[in-house]
Design a protein around this ligand. Structure first.
Ligand SMILES: *Cc1c(COP(=O)(O)O)cnc(C)c1O
Ligand SMILES: [Zn+2]
Length: 420
């Protein structure tokens, strides 16, 4: 059975067959949603319990019947290790925030240490299926590292365009994974446009976020995992666990992660496996808030900004998945929230104190939760899951801004006593 039946444009609704198109809607440039044969999937798995009961693989590939590739291959490699990230519920944070039901889903535990592995794992599998020899992407760092890592896992060629200002650890990852790396003397948006031109000129398969429809198909697996986690909290997944829907907090740059999580939830609704849509909250940096601006203005089109934030992974002038990202909040009774760089740094410090090391874009979601409580957008009794999207090891320069530097002392007890 091939469950992948085509695409539907998120703007005009036009449908396309799987082989008819590769990236965006030719009419209006809209992002394409992958359409699955939900009836066939349901016939095979009448309930979510039956579906989950049939899968054992400890990665996002446990959801293969819901992912539009046939066989990912790559057994025994990191391609098969993306996803299945842990969820924590740190008592210290709950006490600090006065919350009872708070969870952190830690995406820094992916093979290349960010959420992006979900997308790259699926895109590389797709590239192999359609016989695309070279995969290329523009990246602020993490998408590239994820593509480079997943491609290396199965000996596939990857080319990465990143801004030359990307944090050194991310550039090191690209190089270590053996990708062809080109540092662009310009912004992420410049790298994005160049990548599309290059893929057209040279026939490379382009992974670009908010351009290639398969990234969302990888990222949606986080939505599946969140739902699986949530339903397992209750002996009867048909019932609300706390009398309230789950609220999910996620940071937003291009808007592809939030759209992906929303797509995962929508797939589950289509399959009849989800009765109550979680609320989705998108958090942007104040200095890079094109999507939040559209949400606040109540409009469906995105006006670019001149992005400036220390959270490099969400520093985007023109978000490429903005329309779907606005809808992820409006269609789920969620909201958008913006936070300052200072609040993002405080978020790094707060998460660090419970043993979670987040990069700035990772702690942005937590900073958003603090603000949402403050502004009474949610109540302390609401069940909330915050997604940490990336590891603090990716950007230690930013991390050092969140802490007081350690003192240097002479190696004597006297010196030690003085400082204690
Ligand atoms: C890419 C990224 C984001 C934002 O995802 P978008 O799809 O661009 O909205 C957030 N955090 C981290 C760590 C990322 O790498
Ligand atoms: Zn269209």
């Amino acid at each position: 059975m091939d469950k992948f039946v085509g695409y539907r444009c998120s703007l005009c609704g036009q449908e396309y067959a799987p082989g008819e198109i590769t990236y965006t809607c030719p009419k209006d440039g809209g992002n394409l949603d992958v359409v699955l044969d939900y009836a066939a999937i349901k016939q095979q798995f009448p309930s979510m319990e039956m579906f989950l009961g049939s899968t054992v693989e400890p990665s996002l590939w446990r959801y293969l019947p819901l992912i539009p590739v046939t066989d990912p291959g790559g057994e025994g490699t990191t391609l098969r290790a993306a996803g299945n990230t842990p969820v924590y519920s740190p008592p210290v944070l709950k006490k600090q925030l006065g919350m009872e039901n708070l969870w952190i889903k830690d995406e820094s535990r992916n093979p290349t240490a960010s959420f992006k592995d979900r997308a790259s794992s699926v895109v590389v599998a797709r590239a192999r299926q359609i016989g695309a020899e070279v995969v290329v992407t523009a990246s602020t760092g993490n998408a590239g590292a994820a593509l480079a890592g997943m491609a290396a896992a199965v000996n596939h060629k990857a080319i990465i365009f990143a801004p030359r200002t990307a944090p050194p650890a991310k550039i090191a990852q690209l190089l270590i994974f053996g990708a062809r790396v080109l540092l662009v003397d310009g912004s992420y948006d410049d790298a994005f446009d160049l990548t599309i031109q290059a893929s057209q000129e040279f026939g490379w398969y382009c992974r670009n976020t908010g351009y290639n429809p398969f990234t969302v198909e990888g990222k949606k697996t986080a939505g599946f995992e969140i739902w699986e986690f949530w339903t397992r909290l209750s002996p009867n997944p048909r019932h609300q666990v706390f009398g309230k829907p789950l609220s999910v907090f996620v940071s937003v740059g291009d808007g592809n992660i939030i759209s992906g999580i929303h797509k995962g939830f929508k797939d589950l609704v289509e399959l009849g496996w989800m009765q109550e849509m979680p609320r989705i909250f998108g958090i942007q940096a104040e200095g890079s808030a094109a999507i939040a601006n559209a949400y606040f203005a109540g409009v469906d089109h995105i006006t670019p900004v001149a992005a400036k934030t220390l959270a490099d992974s969400i520093s985007v002038d023109l978000p490429r998945d903005g329309v779907r990202a606005v809808r992820a909040a409006t269609q789920t009774n969620g909201a958008y929230i913006t936070v300052s760089d200072q609040e993002i740094l405080s978020g790094i410090a707060a998460l660090g104190k419970v043993g979670i090391f987040a990069e700035p874009a990772g702690s942005t979601s937590y900073a958003g939760l603090v603000k949402a409580l403050d502004q009474k957008l949610i109540e302390p009794t609401d069940p909330v899951l915050v997604v940490n999207t990336g590891s603090g090891l990716k950007d230690v320069r930013a991390a050092m801004q969140a802490v007081v530097e350690a003192p240097v002392i002479e190696p004597t007890l006297e010196a030690l006593k003085k400082i204690l």
